[in-house]
Design a protein around this ligand. Structure first.
Ligand SMILES: Cc1ncc(COP(=O)(O)O)c(C=O)c1O
Length: 482
């Protein structure tokens, strides 16, 4: 790390304290305040003397004094802050907010476990994550490097996103998903979560009722709540959101929007049936309800006819379509998008201009290049083949090791299995025991709108290889509570 800068004002003629003591005092003060931490290197005496315009011997005298008091120690010809300080180390700075704001605690959110921090890394069934070991980082890095060298991309740009990426996404949507989007009706966002946040804060007023799937996606609930929405849970069955139940909720009062995952419902992975889709579109048109369609893993459909997004057949113009590259590429890149009426996209862009302004346009250009060259599409096809084998491997492992207590329908798409488990089982105890055996799983309770226990387990198969899946299920079976 760079040695510490030394912003002290010495008072050579005015203070009665000798200059070397003023220097020692300033350094002591910085250590006490926590600005300098144990192990940090102080600047060399020559360079500090130059910075402060004093004689080098003055700095050496200050350093000798600090060392004698135990504040510093010599480490490989450098003076460093002592690891064992003469006083208790300071508390980390800026813990308290002294400005008197009434800061609300954040709304209950997704609370992703920080599995990265655990060693050894658990076998994580968390679900929904692509296999990050297979991301085409070489291709991306080369394209990113080329993009960084282009003129203009490191300046401010269009808040709707880098134009070439918007054009490439529009072509991808029409070619792969049957969506007739237009470039000025599409905006690139910080993941689909960023898209949902922008949309929610743009179209909702505090107290607006928004229908959501139950079980569903807690991260989206948190975003909608943060925009002031009052959430109305609507049950899901084996053909998706129960539109009859939504109709009943509409009769109780205005519902401004419905957020749903019709392609592979999160977390159950069921696909919404065609009759339900038509009824939902008609209901939304008649009642002026915005449909927030989250199509997060469209490419990973393995069997049966591809199902078109709701946005592909939306004569009423009520669907706002949210997409992401988190599944076909990587979530850490934070590239998502929203497609909707032009006036809405303009309003979203105006709002974005008041926050972070835009995303990383160089990265977006790099991804555009991968799409233009068909490389991302090829990667998605490859991953679909891999995930299909993993789905089959997981399904066989579950039948082998958990056949007596868990059943499931083989999902035609998606990235996880949704198990129905013997209801007499204590799911949370099972998950705890599994965690101790190095396997991370999510139980049904996590996706229940009211946080009630549900006899379900969501097992993601995309981030683990086939041998890892077998091993994880074996350990899961051994962790069953007796
Ligand atoms: C239902 C659902 N929507 C969207 C996403 C993707 O979110 P983002 O694009 O913000 O990474 C996920 C990822 O976990 C998801 O499960």
């Amino acid at each position: 790390m760079r040695p510490w800068a030394f912003p002290i004002a010495l008072q050579p003629g005015t203070s009665r304290e000798p200059v070397f003591q003023q220097i020692a005092q300033a350094i002591r003060g910085d250590i006490r305040r926590g600005r300098l931490r144990p192990g940090d290197a102080l600047p060399g005496s020559r360079s500090l003397a130059q910075t402060l315009a004093v004689h080098r011997n003055t700095v050496l005298a200050a350093y000798r004094e600090l060392a004698a008091e135990g504040w510093t120690e010599a480490e490989a010809r450098t003076t460093c802050v002592a690891r064992d300080l003469p006083e208790a180390p300071p508390a980390p700075a800026r813990v308290e907010c002294g400005l008197g704001y009434a800061l609300e605690p954040p709304p209950p959110g997704p609370a992703r476990p920080n599995l990265r921090a655990q060693t050894p890394r658990p076998l994580d069934f968390g679900g929904g994550l692509p296999d990050l070991r297979l991301v085409p980082t070489d291709l991306l890095a080369r394209a990113y490097r080329r993009a960084l060298e282009l003129p203009g991309l490191l300046g401010y740009g269009d808040p709707r996103g880098e134009p070439r990426l918007r054009a490439a996404l529009v072509r991808m949507l029409s070619g792969m998903r049957g969506l007739a989007a237009a470039e000025d009706c599409l905006m690139v966002t910080g993941g689909s979560q960023g898209a949902l946040d922008l949309v929610a804060r743009t179209i909702l007023r505090p107290g607006d009722r928004v229908a959501v799937e139950d079980p569903g996606y807690p991260a989206a609930w948190a975003t909608l709540r943060a925009a002031g929405a009052e959430l109305v849970p609507v049950p899901v069955d084996e053909v998706g959101l129960q539109v009859e139940a939504l109709t009943a909720r509409l009769q109780e009062g205005r519902v401004r929007a419905v957020y749903l995952t019709p392609h592979h419902q999160f977390p159950t992975t069921v696909t919404m049936s065609a009759p339900r889709r038509l009824r939902l579109l008609e209901l939304a048109r008649q009642n002026r309800v915005a449909i927030l369609e989250d199509d997060y893993d469209n490419e990973f459909h393995f069997e049966g006819r591809p199902v078109l997004p709701l946005a592909g057949d939306d004569p009423g113009g009520v669907v706002i379509y949210l997409g992401t590259l988190s599944k076909i590429l990587a979530p850490g890149l934070r590239i998502g998008f929203v497609s909707g009426p032009r006036a809405l996209v303009d309003a979203l862009a105006a709002r974005r201009a008041t926050t972070d302004g835009q995303g990383d346009h160089a990265l977006q250009r790099a991804v555009a290049e991968l799409l233009e060259d068909g490389l991302l599409q090829r990667h998605a096809r490859k991953m679909r083949r891999i995930y299909l084998s993993r789905r089959n491997a997981l399904s066989e492992a579950v039948q082998r090791h958990l056949g007596g207590i868990a059943t499931f329908d083989l999902p035609p798409g998606g990235m996880s299995l949704w198990l129905s488990v013997d209801p007499s089982l204590d799911m949370e105890a099972w998950a705890d025991r599994a965690q101790r055996a190095g396997v991370a799983v999510y139980t049904g309770r996590r996706f229940d709108f009211h946080g009630r226990p549900r006899p379900n387990l969501r097992l993601g198969f995309s981030a683990l290889g086939e041998t890892e899946l077998e091993e994880a299920v074996r350990r899961l079976a051994l962790a069953l509570p007796r």
